[in-house]
Design a protein around this ligand. Structure first.
Ligand code: AMP
Ligand code: GLY
Length: 420
């Protein structure tokens, strides 16, 4: 069969690599992909906002299954659009994607279904936000309601910082803002919990912890993710049961009551406070770089899983995993997450000789005249799996040293909480 993957990051390269292992797949297309996917698939560069052109290519090339990587097309309704033409798509509908697309939608669902989350208020203008913030305790969290690539969240330590955030959001930094969210600060440890859904049932799909801040010691600006490890050090059967009972199941009941079903990956961002889970946010897709960290541990054919989800047959499958530790470090362009230069060559990539437990996933790269160039903020992901996190990390760092790329940097402390 033929499969198409939408997206161009490390997440999509790792999905592409896993699908390539499937005996049932003879051709993969990536829209638009990167230099890594170009090695094993055919990249097709198109404007992803134009669903009609995409649909025409899918029909013309007779692609049997489309896998959507990033949130933007999901929130914009790509699944609903393509399904109208009888195209099989793995991902949630536009309505279900509000779980990520609108923080306020999710907060209201939490309120109605008693899902544990930070206490919050919704504010509709600067004046009432400021009046509330004058009387508030700090730290406090302020969030823009729309998709903001992880940047619309402000952790404010005092009134000055919070009024700055309110002004930025209402002045349109993340697009037109009709409202914002002010939230209690939860003091705990974060964990990413993944599930996979077929519209009727779901299965767990692993856990991870990522490092979102750009600087070592989890300091500095928020990024898309500088590295991750799996499993999370916090997970155990008791906590998993609490997450399912208190968070995932009531969310699905809430969606179902609204008449929405959920098909696709669901990424539940949690704060664990004294062994109790609180929902921070939902993402209606796999995490990046969590996906690159998780998929190398998957034993079951990913293609069989995704097709089963599209056909509502997930309950017939048993998803198997290698019982290993996995660690991923993201190599970024100098300057990221602020301004960085594009089209910088990565000369030593051929020096990296991977063994069967090491992986190199491309993100913001392109290939020109047989050379690889960085064109994005996050450029490459080095992953290793092992029986222990220390060995995994050592192998990742060895490969990064062989690469010795002067155009970029990486955090050397990824996984510090699980390393001995
Ligand atoms: P989000 O985009 O909602 O995941 O938020 C980005 C980051 O802000 C999260 O990964 C957390 O580290 C932090 N954060 C968000 N909400 C809260 C909260 N209520 N309490 C503490 N930290 C938070
Ligand atoms: N690594 C965080 C995310 O994918 O949103």
């Amino acid at each position: 069969m033929k499969v198409g993957i939408i997206g161009s990051g490390g997440r999509e390269h790792s999905i592409c690599k896993s699908l390539k292992l499937s005996k049932k797949i003879d051709k993969i297309y990536c829209f638009p992909g990167n230099a890594g996917t170009a090695e094993i698939a055919e990249n097709i560069v198109i404007d992803l906002e134009n669903f009609e052109i995409l649909k025409n290519i899918i029909l013309e090339k007779k692609i049997d299954l489309i896998v959507v990587g990033p949130e933007k097309p999901l929130v914009d309704g790509i699944v609903d659009y393509l399904e109208k033409f009888n195209i099989k798509v793995f991902g949630p509908s536009k309505k279900a994607s509000q779980l990520e697309g609108s923080k306020i939608f999710t907060k209201q669902l939490c309120k109605e279904f008693k899902i544990p989350t930070a206490n919050f208020g919704i504010f509709f203008n600067k004046k009432e936000s400021i009046e509330f913030l004058i009387k508030s305790k700090y730290p406090i969290v302020i969030k823009a309601d729309n998709l903001a690539s992880g940047k619309g969240v402000y952790i404010c330590n005092n009134f000055n910082e919070s009024s700055f955030a309110v002004n930025e959001i209402f002045d349109g930094k993340f697009g037109e803002a009709k409202n914002l969210l002010i939230e209690e600060f939860l003091n705990g440890e974060e964990m990413s919990f993944f599930t996979i859904h077929d519209g009727k049932t779901f299965k767990t799909f692993g856990t991870a912890q990522d490092h979102k801040r750009v600087l070592e010691g989890d300091k500095g600006k928020n990024t898309g993710g500088m590295g991750a490890y799996s499993p999370s050090r916090l997970i155990n059967k008791k906590l998993e049961n609490k997450i399912l009972k208190k968070i995932i199941n009531p969310t699905l009941q809430g969606l179902s009551k609204l008449g929405y079903e959920y098909k696709g990956f669901l990424y539940t961002g949690l704060m664990i406070v004294d062994n109790e889970p609180y929902l921070i946010e939902y993402n209606v897709r796999m995490g990046d770089p969590e996906c690159q960290t998780l998929l190398p541990k998957l034993k079951t054919d990913l293609n069989i899983i995704l097709v089963a989800c599209c056909e509502g047959k997930l309950n017939e499958l048993n998803i198997e995993w290698h019982n290993k530790k996995s660690l991923c470090i993201v190599l970024c362009s100098n300057g990221y997450p602020d301004k960085f230069k594009k089209n910088i060559e990565i000369p030593n990539i051929e020096n990296i000789k991977l063994n069967s437990s090491e992986y190199l996933f491309h993100a913001g790269t392109i290939k020109k005249n047989k050379k690889i160039y960085a064109v994005g903020g996050r450029v490459l992901n080095l992953v290793a799996i092992s029986d222990d996190f220390n060995t995994a990390k050592k192998n990742v760092i060895n490969n990064l040293k062989k690469l010795n790329w002067l155009g970029g940097f990486y955090r050397k402390d990824i996984g510090y909480k699980v390393l001995k």
